[in-house]
Write a protein that binds this ligand. Sequence first.
Ligand code: GTQ
Length: 347
Amino acid sequence: MTTLSTRDATLPAAYSQALEALSLGPLWTALHQLLPNERQTQAVAHCWRWRDLRPLLLEAARLVPIAQAERRVLVLENPGLKGKYAITATLYAGLQIILPREAAPSHHHTPAALRLIVEGRGAYTTVDGVKCAMEPGDLIITPPMRWHDHGHEGSEPVVWLDGLDIPLVRALEASWASQMQPARPPATETDSSQDEFTAAGLVPRRSRYEDTGYPQVRWPWAAARRALAAMAAAAPAAVPVVLRYVNPKTGASPLATMGSECRWLRPGEVTPTSRSTASAVYHVIEGRGESRVGDAALAWEAGDTFVAPPWHAVAHTNLAPSAPACLFQFNDEPVLQALGLWHEETL
Ligand code: GTQ
């Protein structure tokens, strides 16, 4: 936020100095900055175009060895939050690139991470020894304090969108990471976290896996897309088609700090306009369209990423005459919900 006014020019200078000397500040000079009448955010609406970013990611892969970078990521910095490595006050987003046969070393940390695969096949993330295959559109979560590394057995560069709660965790002064360790071969061949959740509304009476609090860590896009298409076919045209990624045992967000959703926009569809106290990062999985975010009109196509700061009115339009558009989104809604700060308004 802007610098707080701590000086009351009407006070005797000696009094102001006495306050300062004792590490005291007058509330009355800053009260309405601390508690503004209008919701405030420094973050602004912005869209990062895949066609601009892709060449710069490939160049990063040429310029910076993985051993040096450890994580070869271009961070999406909100233009209103320059230098903060934040896309909103609470969320971090970056695009990570890994080349065939590279290995990004293993570490674990207090921030939570999620990954949405953008392009390429053959890479994987290992979460606590479990190998999670990465295919375009897949969502993989890395819960806090889980060891994870990234590898690549394919033949083309792989890029994914990283979403983390780093700015939030840093604000809490709770950010910590282990030393990096060399990546070890995965202990399992492929992730099995979803093999007990193969039909809606059915969960195993007793899981054969250890209860970690994170029963599912990977959501293949093929399954999510199938579900969206089926929902779109069944729902009346005016009903938005949105699915939330959840912990199948609790129905809550799989991560305590970040929620995620995928949305299907029918050809020509314009969604209702709404705003909420949560902030969100959108990624275009397929299609092309335009979103209104506050006063900005953001045109997008597959691979683009855009941000909606808190309390910005958002509406999406699919501009294709005959093809669907699919948007992935992650947000800080679970935090606002947990703190009793979540409000939503349909405009
Ligand atoms: O892949 O572990 O974009 O630790 C930022 C921090 C990715 C990761 C990021 C990380 C990672």
